[in-house]
Ligand binder design. Sequence first.
Ligand code: MG
Length: 270
Amino acid sequence: MQVVRFIEQHTHLQDAWFAPSWGILEGDRVYPLAQAPYVGVEVSGAARALDDVKLVAPATPSKLVCVGRNYAEHAAELGNEVPPEPLIFLKPPSTVIGPDAPVIYPAISQRVDHEGELALMIGVRCRNVTEEDAARVIYGYTVANDVTARDLQKADGQWTRGKGFDTFAPVGPWIDTEFDPANKAVRCLVNDQVRQDGNTALLIYSIGRVLAHVTRFMTLEPGDLVLTGTPAGVGAVQPGDVMTVEVEGLGKLRNPVIDEDEARRRGLLP
Ligand code: MG
């Protein structure tokens, strides 16, 4: 099952949008849901044509839990050792954007990088999950881009600012509840040129190991996202570029990069 969130344009008022709804995507139809799918799958209302709606981020997480340096070649390319246990950081929910939404390049950074990643969504509230039991708490999988202001990440030591700008967590276009994450290509393209081409088989810490590690110190809530780390090949983007993250068998997530002036023109920044 592919779960989406969508808004629909009112046919009479060009700029009036309804609040986002959850939905199930089947072919070119979207079936609206009454509530978040991990609460209960209850179709509510008539199916919409996919062409008549706009997909937004299929996630309203209380937090985004991210793994750093979870591919050896990526750790090495930034001059870092492989961590002795999973290295965890957070991105705030305000970073989340959906497919095709613009990433805003901060004026106070001179180096913004793409980081294509496989992400998973939690389906049940959980704490102290064992590695063997981890699959039970996963609702599904999606594609993510852990956009990073590399200069600010390095300058601060703490990663909150470098990882935490608004729009720095594109996710989508859907949550796939049947996806098998084993041995899948994870790629990131910039302007259709391949920059990252990794595989989940190269993850240092498995998804089960990561969930066991995280839930030893933190309760995960339904809808929370876990970003599993980025493979080698991270690099800079510029305003005007388009980033596309692809996870084999899961989907493609495309996001353009704009500068702050353009964001202000579009009403995306005060
Ligand atoms: Mg990352």
